[in-house]
Design a protein around this ligand. Structure first.
Ligand code: PMP
Length: 461
């Protein structure tokens, strides 16, 4: 039975082992009180499904470096950094200064501004596929425009995407990101499933779903749909769907088949931009036609972008007859552009190398911890990203990810919150530059403690 608020607890360690939610409720009274107010004015008491957590969300008041403080004043190490966006940690002095200076000069004009030219230049210089770029405010918009641009350029109606990939929340993106496996067709021929009530039927009809990391099957599906498909959109490293890197062979074959069939290849690098200065495409040595970006490029502010081949991006040129209009009150907003320039300037190639080295080390340490407790887990890592999956089978695509034990994931997440660590509820994490060896050890030790506490509960199931 779920405990009521304020259930007296006599033996904290033992009860926590029984259910980490009990200690969560005991130690977060201010979040609970805020949530009681919040539910009256927002569905579920939050404005972002991904920050909701059961029994109620944690309300964070401030962050500095790799630490955050909740409204009860509890400090935690932030192993997620706003879902991978805060690569420099919170309140980085250079970013804060850039925002402050721009805020004093004005926060938005009905005109172009110099900072957008600066940030666009940085992205075009660093990202191999990007000859030209346009800014927007979220990854959702970036993928929506990239898909529209591909349909306009190629003149075909459908978009192919990977089962289990994530491209935001617009209608065309909300297809087969996390389908119920029993309803999603065979693994090598997945059917398009809606992720949300309200996803229009046309979105399903105009989407071709491909099995990730299965080049043979994906190619066959694309050949069958070759006259209908404008583009293949894929994350070279699936991020939100569990940090699953494409094999180099899969990426190369997707490049080859899209070229052969006259489709565009879109890399959604909203998350994977953090693995190298030029994103995952630089790491794989495979250049797509279009790239979508977000998260780190705005220094923590709501900035995203899509860019690519000059002859494709040209279709957005207002000087052109019949160009694609891309309005947006906040596109290229000077505050976001200034923060983005400051952040990207800090991100030198050495910084990525250092973060990636630490990322690889964290994965090794986590694997050792779980092995020492005899708990089967897959530690999926890529650059400074990692995710834990409770299964003894390698997680290489959506189906293998979906087979993992999600109850353990939730226990681990809440257990870590109780022990001073904030990760994603789906046990995904991302490193930030303020994390040194000590902070990483602190995280690994917390995982060790929590797994030790939870093991009896898991064994009893
Ligand atoms: N694409 C990818 C790969 C993402 O991970 C996300 C967000 N996690 C998006 C698109 C959507 O970005 P946003 O949340 O900024 O709309």
């Amino acid at each position: 039975m779920a405990p009521s608020y304020g259930t007296p607890v006599t033996d904290v360690a033992q009860t926590t082992a029984a259910d980490p939610e009990i200690r969560y409720r005991e130690t977060t009274p201010a979040s609970r009180a805020l949530h009681e107010r919040a539910v009256k004015v927002m569905p579920g008491g939050t404005t972002r499904t991904t920050t909701y957590l059961d029994p109620y969300p944690l309300y964070i008041e401030r962050g500095e470096g790799c630490r955050v403080w909740d409204v009860d004043g509890t400090e935690r190490i932030d192993m997620l950094g706003n879902y991978t966006a805060m690569i420099l940690g919170h309140s980085h002095p250079k970013v804060v200064e850039a925002i402050r200076a721009q805020a004093a000069r004005g926060t938005g004009f009905a005109a172009a501004n110099p900072a957008e030219v600066q940030l666009a230049t940085i992205l075009c210089e660093r990202v191999p596929s990007v000859d030209a770029v346009r800014f927007c405010n979220s990854g959702t918009e970036a993928t929506m425009f990239a898909m529209r641009l591909a349909r306009a350029f190629v003149g075909r109606p459908k978009i192919a995407r990977m089962e289990g990939g994530y491209h935001g929340t617009h209608d065309h993106a909300e297809v087969s990101t996390h389908p119920v496996v029993a309803e999603a067709g065979p693994a090598d021929a997945p059917v398009a499933r809606p992720d949300s009530i309200g996803t229009p039927r046309w979105a399903l009809e105009q989407t071709v779903v491909l099995p990730f990391n299965n080049a043979e099957a994906a190619e066959q599906i694309l050949r069958e749909e070759s006259s209908n498909v404008a583009a293949v959109i894929m994350e070279p490293i699936i991020g939100a769907g569990g940090v699953i890197a494409a094999t180099p062979e899969f990426v190369q074959r997707m490049r080859g088949i899209t070229n052969e069939l006259g489709m565009l290849l879109i890399f959604d690098e909203v998350i994977s931009m953090r693995v190298a200065p030029g994103g995952a495409q630089q790491m794989y040595g495979v250049t797509p036609d279009l790239t979508t970006m977000g998260k780190i490029i705005g220094g923590g502010l709501p900035v995203a972008a899509f860019g690519g081949r000059a002859d494709v991006m040209e279709h957005l040129d207002p000087r052109r007859e019949g160009s694609i209009a891309q309005g947006g009150t906040y596109n290229g907003n000077p505050l976001g552009m200034a923060a983005g320039v400051a952040a990207m300037t800090e991100l030198t190639p050495d910084v990525y190398d250092d973060l990636n080295r630490k990322g690889a080390r964290v994965c090794e340490q986590l694997a050792e911890v779980f092995a020492s407790h005899d708990v089967p887990v897959q530690v999926n890592g890529a650059g400074s990203l990692f995710a834990l999956h409770f299964t003894d089978q390698p997680v290489v695509d959506y189906r293998s990810m979906a087979a993992a034990d999600k109850k353990k994931t939730r226990d681990l997440f809440l257990g870590l919150v109780n022990h001073g660590v904030l990760m994603a509820p789906r046990a995904m994490g991302a490193l930030s530059t303020p994390m040194g060896e000590d902070e990483i050890q602190e995280f690994v030790d917390a995982v060790d403690t929590v797994v030790g506490e939870l093991k009896p509960r898991w064994d009893a199931r």
